[in-house]
Design a protein around this ligand. Structure first.
Ligand SMILES: [Zn+2]
Length: 302
């Protein structure tokens, strides 16, 4: 069993869902982020947040995967200050919804004053509602941005145990782990942070507080990055227990602190029934046969 604790499945296909389930992924976390282009209205945030706790959660379930999400204003869009202010008013309406396991992904992109302001406001929100925080570390000037993310989080009195710092690499891993944070590693295909280097990181630091994810989205990314990395670790002689920790248990332990995620959610799931509808919609298109678990006959056409 695997958990992919960072994947933007809204932008993936049903083929991906099927392949993920087949590869052993039982649960996923979808952090709120940006759409590839800037939003122009607060209403698009509202509908997006609604889809994360609504349609996408339903869609994942139709393929046997339990879907959780995080809520937040991403760092890029924090730079549109008037819009960001409106989003801050919206967020409290969503953070308490079922399946919301953290505030995130928040933090720095270009490390601007506006990003800093809305990062801090959201840290305060996380404290208020007692949710973990998922930090997106910048891709440019990563080391400085990562250190600053943790400094500011501590300034606001957050316990490092409640904070997952994601998109780490060899440059940032040591400091993040030494300071007591959860350290996420995003495995992007064809980049420097690939599965091979992940194996080396687990070898070097051990499995404690290390979390592997795919961050798969609409870009070149791999929704099977977690099971593939686990397979490579196995091949390279990483102990099975260490693989279980970094590809499953640590994410569960970190995000279960929200009170919204527990193993029984997928150990005792409702059977898959693709006849189900949400807002009047099903995942099937004209004439397709629904997958219905535990029921060989009595299949209703959709
Ligand atoms: Zn992301």
């Amino acid at each position: 069993m695997y958990i992919d604790p960072h994947i933007h499945v809204t932008s993936r296909t049903t083929d991906d869902y099927e392949a993920m389930r087949k590869a052993g992924i039982v649960a996923i976390i979808e952090p709120a982020f940006w759409l590839g282009q800037p939003r122009t209205e607060v209403g698009s945030f509202k509908d997006y947040f609604s889809s994360l706790v609504g349609w996408e959660r339903f869609r994942a379930k139709q393929f046997g995967i339990v879907h959780y999400c995080t809520m937040g204003l991403n760092s890029k869009e924090a730079n549109n200050v008037p819009l960001a202010e409106e989003v801050m008013e919206l967020l409290p309406l969503f953070v308490g919804k079922e399946g919301v396991v953290a505030i995130g992904e928040i933090g720095y992109d270009d490390q601007t004053p506006a990003e800093d302001r809305f990062y801090r406001l959201q840290l305060e929100l996380a404290k208020e509602v007692n949710l973990p925080v998922l930090i997106h570390t910048p891709h440019r000037d990563k080391r400085k941005g990562t250190t600053k993310s943790m400094d500011v989080s501590e300034e606001h009195g957050l316990d490092p145990r409640m904070v997952i710092v994601d998109h780490n690499n060899e440059e940032t891993a040591k400091e993040v782990l030494d300071r007591g944070y959860w350290a996420g590693f995003t495995i992007y295909p064809h980049t420097k942070m690939g599965s091979e280097r992940m194996v080396e990181i687990v070898r070097q630091y051990g499995p404690e507080r290390i979390i592997v994810d795919s961050a798969a989205d609409w870009g070149v990314s791999d929704p099977l990055a977690v099971p593939k990395t686990a397979a490579l670790m196995r091949k390279m002689g990483i102990p099975e227990e260490h693989i279980r920790l970094v590809c499953y248990q640590n994410a569960l332990t970190a995000y279960a602190q929200s009170g919204q995620m527990e193993e029984m959610d997928w150990l005792k799931p409702d059977p898959i029934d693709q006849r189900q509808r949400q807002f009047g919609n099903s995942v099937l298109r004209g004439g397709q046969s629904p997958k219905v678990e535990g029921e060989a006959s009595d299949i209703v056409e959709n």
